[in-house]
Structure formats: C-alpha cells, structure tokens
Design a protein. Structure first.
Length: 266
C-alpha cells in the first residue's frame, strides 16, 4: 500500500518590515515564529509545508527577508502561493522553496508543480491587477496548464491557490474576496475531479470548507488574526478567534484535514 503524504497548510502570515510591526491588533512575527516551532515538533513529521499566500503585508525587501529567515527554520521543505499582498517576482527572489518544476517563465506569475511520492501538487497564481485587488483572477495561460494536467496525467493531484473559488455566504467577503472567474476555475477542475484531492486556499482568515460538485475547497485560519464571516457581515472586521494551521493527511483512498489552533505568544 502506498505511504501517506502529510502536509501542513498555513496562510496569511502578513509579516512586516520590523519585529514590532502590528496589524489587526497583533504582531505577526511572534506568531510565525511560534508556528514554526510547533510544526517542527509535531508528533507526525509532515512531508512539506504549503503557505497559501500573503506571506507579507507590503511587498518590500525587509519584510520578505524577515519571512525568509523565519521559514528557513522549518525542518521540512516549504512552498508558497502568491497572495494579493505579495508579488510573485519577490517570492521567487527572496523565498527559497523545495524541489519543483516551474510551469511558466513569466517573472510575474508563480505557477509550478511538485511531487511527493505519487501525488502531484499544482500551485496556481490568482493575484489580480492592483485595480481588482483584493479580488483574484486566474490567467488563461494557467487554465491551459490545468487543462493539460487533467488531460494527460493519471495520478492524484492537489491544487493550491490564494483566493476562494465560491461565495462564502458572508456579504462583505462575497463582494470583495473571491476569484472573479471562479466558476470557470471550478468547471476546469471538474474534468479531473475523480483524481483531485482538493483545493486549498487562504485569503479569508478563517477555517472554512466548501463542497461543490464533488470537489472539496478548504481554507485555513490566519497564523495571527481572523476575520468575521457571518452572513450579515457587511464590512470587514476582526474577531478574537485564535491563530491556526491545518494538518492534511493524503491516504491511498481518502483525505483528512485536521484543523489546529494554538495559543498566542506571550
């Protein structure tokens, strides 16, 4: 029987240019440092960590260099997705990753593939032009990559992206936070849904799951600050929910997503 694949899903660290930088009432850096220590000491060692975007708040060299120093302390490879606060060319410049195959030579598009045992993992760049931020969009070039994957491959695959595909039944989120071409994204993925483990994303600063046409879409809490996501919320607001991460089990015949929270650093 094939060995399981284990990975940790984190997102929205929003590291700033100094150790004292704060956002939403909290300092992101101490939370990120505590998270790295937690991951390094889990009872089950993961095969890798995936960060689904917003590594930093402002895409400046100081912020990325601090982020690089934090995640260099991980004892397993880490991979990154471009968030709306990130720039793909900066992630490529400042943040080392594990072994991978780039799927485009566009310096402003972070789209790549990596494999662990027999499972394939595709990273999709959903960062939109600034005028559309904080909404997301997937380029036609990446749809071609996805279509090629679905048409030519037979192994299980998993997709990582920053923005949610479907409405979250929260008024402010649904106005501001979604993939603008999410339905096309979903329709493309449906062609491979019997091999698709799931789609993992960030951006909404909450643990949430959506199941649509047999495809599971899973988000993860921010590592430091959470957003409200109730149906009648009309404006973005923070809630005091704890930081978190997901530990994902890819078994031969099923997938488990174990949601974890952790206490804030003192």
């Amino acid at each position: 029987m094939k060995d399981p694949v284990y990975f940790v899903h984190i997102s929205d660290t929003h590291i700033g240019p100094t150790a004292d930088y704060a956002r939403h009432g909290y300092r992101p850096l101490p939370h990120a440092l505590k998270l790295v220590d937690l991951i390094n000491n889990l009872p089950q060692k993961p095969d890798f960590v995936i960060h689904t975007g917003d590594v930093v708040t402002e895409p400046d060299p100081d912020s990325y260099q601090i982020a690089a120093s934090v995640f260099a302390q991980l004892k397993v490879p880490i991979y990154y997705v471009t968030g709306n606060h990130d720039r793909s060319r900066d992630i490529k410049k400042y943040l080392p990753m594990g072994p991978k195959t780039d799927l485009t030579d566009d310096p402003d598009l972070l789209s790549y593939l990596f494999t662990v045992r027999d499972d394939r993992f595709l990273v999709v760049d959903s960062r939109a032009p600034d005028e559309l931020d904080p909404q997301g969009i997937i380029t036609q070039a990446q749809f071609k990559i996805l279509e090629e994957e679905i048409r030519t491959q037979t192994a299980f695959f998993t997709v990582f992206v920053h923005h949610p595909t479907w409405a979250m039944n929260s008024e402010w989120m649904d106005k501001n936070m979604l993939l603008l071409n999410g339905e096309k994204f979903h329709k493309t993925l449906k062609g491979g849904r019997y091999r698709l483990r799931g789609v993992f994303h960030g951006h909404i600063h909450q643990h949430m799951q959506t199941i649509h046409s047999g495809i599971v879409y899973t988000s993860v809490a921010s590592t430091f600050a959470q957003f409200a996501a109730w149906p009648d919320d009309q404006e973005a607001r923070e809630v005091p929910d704890p930081p978190g991460f997901n530990f994902v089990h890819l078994l031969p015949d099923q997938m488990l997503v174990h949601q974890h929270t952790f206490e804030r650093p003192e």
